[in-house]
Design a protein around this ligand. Structure first.
Ligand code: DGL
Length: 261
C-alpha cells in the first residue's frame, strides 16, 4: 500500500521511522514542506492551504491509499477539511498525547510542549481542559517558538537550544512536573536536551507508535498484507539538512526537490 506523509520539515520523519519499524510492505512517500516551515507561527488558513496542496500532489503523483498528517500543527489546522475532501483515503493525524501523559504521571503534573498554532487549536483546548478536570491534573502548557528552526538547522543539543529549553522548562522543573508531552513531531529530536534540563527521570510522551498501529489497522481493513519490504521516498519543497535526515533515519536517503504551491 502507498502511504503519503507530510510535515513542515524533518519532524515527521520521526513518525516515518516508527512506521517503518512497526509495519511491513508499505511504500512511504514523505513530503517535507521546508519552503513553508515552520507551520507553528502561521494562520490556520495558511496551514490548511499548504496541507491541501500537498495532499493533492500526493494523490496526483503517487496515487496514495493512505495519508499520515505527520505534524500536530497541520492535524490541528487541517485534518477535518482533509477528511471531508478526501473521503476515499485512510487518514491518520498526530495529536498531543495528553491523556496517556496524565495517566502515566504519578503526581498529575504534566507539561505540554507544542507549537503556538497547536496550542491555539480549539480541539486541543477543549481536550486539555476536560482531561485536566476529569483527572484533577495540573497542566503546564508551553509554546516553543523558534525550537523547530533550531532542529531544522541541526542544533538539537547546542548551548543556545538548551538555554531556550531552560527558559520554557524551568517553571515545570520547579513545580515538579514528572511527565512531558512532546506535542510536535520535531520535539523527539531534542529529547536528550529536554532531559538535560528536566533531569533524566522525566517521562517524555510522544504518539508515533499508536499512530503506526492505527495506520496498520486502517490498511488491513483495506486488504493490506503486512509482509515484505518497506520503502521510503523523501521529497522536499525547500532546503533540508540532509545529514539530519541521515541522523534521524540511521542511514542515507536521497532527497528530491519538488515544487508544490
Ligand atoms: N512538526 C510540526 C508539528 O508536529 C510542526 C512544526 C512547525 O512547523 O512549526 O507540530
Amino acid at each position: 500500500m502507498k502511504v503519503g506523509l507530510f510535515d513542515s520539515g524533518l519532524g515527521g520523519l520521526t513518525v516515518a521511522k516508527t512506521i517503518l519499524e512497526e509495519l511491513e510492505g508499505v511504500e512511504l512517500i514523505y513530503i517535507a514542506d521546508n519552503k513553508h516551515a515552520p507551520y507553528g507561527n502561521k494562520t490556520k488558513e495558511e496551514i490548511l492551504h499548504y496541507s491541501i496542496a500537498i495532499v493533492d500532489y500526493l494523490i496526483v503523483n503517487y496515487d496514495i491509499d493512505a495519508l499520515v498528517v505527520a505534524c500536530n500543527t497541520a492535524t490541528s489546522a487541517a485534518i477535518e477539511d482533509i477528511r471531508k475532501q478526501y473521503k476515499e483515503l485512510a487518514i491518520v493525524g498526530l495529536e498531543p498525547g495528553i491523556k496517556p501523559a496524565i495517566e502515566q504521571s504519578t503526581n498529575k503534573k504534566v507539561g505540554i510542549l507544542a507549537t503556538p498554532a497547536t496550542l491555539k487549536g480549539s480541539k486541543y483546548k477543549c481536550l486539555s481542559l476536560s482531561l485536566s478536570k476529569d483527572y484533577d491534573a495540573h497542566i503546564f502548557e508551553q509554546a516553543c517558538p523558534g525550537l523547530v528552526e533550531q532542529i531544522e538547522a541541526g542544533a538539537t543539543d547546542t548551548q543556545e537550544t538548551i538555554d531556550m529549553l531552560d527558559v520554557w522548562l524551568s517553571p515545570m522543573r520547579e513545580a515538579g512536573v514528572d511527565t512531558i508531552v512532546l506535542g510536535c513531531t520535531h520535539y523527539p529530536l531534542v529529547a536528550q536536551s529536554i532531559k538535560k534540563v528536566m533531569g533524566e527521570s522525566v517521562n517524555l510522551v510522544e504518539t508515533s507508535k499508536p499512530v503506526a498501529r492505527r495506520l496498520l489497522h486502517l490498511l488491513e481493513q483495506r486488504g493490506h498484507q503486512n509482509i515484505s519490504q518497506n520503502s521510503l521516498k523523501i521529497l522536499t519543497t525547500g532546503d533540508i539538512k540532509e545529514d539530519m535526515v541521515t541522523h534521524i533515519l540511521g542511514k542515507n536517503f536521497t532527497v528530491e526537490k519538488v515544487t508544490i504551491e
